[in-house]
Design a protein around this ligand. Structure first.
Ligand SMILES: Cc1cc2nc3c(=O)[nH]c(=O)nc-3n(C[C@H](O)[C@H](O)[C@H](O)COP(=O)(O)O)c2cc1C
Length: 130
């Protein structure tokens, strides 16, 4: 799982993500709020490593924080090559813990200290994804 900042050309990012992820049998979801991304990638370890490295050097964003890197028994976001949802202001306010991810000055230590929070946010907004 990775946390990514700065949002530009969302449709191009999604188009390219979906294309590559289909080729690599990767599934996942991307949330966007307040200038920051929260993303989960699921797939074979080698594919995830290669994809994460490619995303890491993408100049369209910076300050990536890797929150969780775990083997999983089964995929939770298998319906999307890369699902996407942009949180509304209402949703941000209705979900107080989302402030950790939405703040401009994201604190890596606080986020890494509560990995379940990131997964919880992604699970909660799964139903909003397209
Ligand atoms: C926030 C964000 C999320 C991304 N997610 C993915 C992804 O899930 N899979 C992927 O292959 N590329 C993803 N990318 C794009 C890669 O960084 C990179 O631009 C792309 O793989 C390059 O391939 P292309 O030149 O064929 O478009 C993401 C980029 C950004 C900024």
């Amino acid at each position: 799982m990775t946390k990514i900042a700065v949002f530009r050309q969302p449709s191009q990012i999604l188009e390219s993500s979906i294309r590559h992820n289909k080729e690599n049998d990767i599934t996942g979801m991307l949330l966007y709020a307040g200038g920051n991304f929260l993303q989960v990638l699921e797939g074979e370890s080698d594919c995830i490593t290669e994809t994460f490295q490619r995303i890491s050097i993408d100049p369209r964003h910076h300050n990536i924080i890797e929150i969780i890197n775990n083997p999983i028994p089964e995929r939770e976001f298998s319906q999307w090559s890369m699902g996407f949802h942009q949180l509304t202001q209402e949703q941000i306010h209705g979900f107080p813990d989302s402030a950790l991810f939405v703040d401009f000055d994201v604190d890596a230590q606080s986020i890494k200290a509560r990995p379940g929070l990131a997964l919880g946010l992604l699970r909660d907004f799964r139903k909003n994804c397209r």
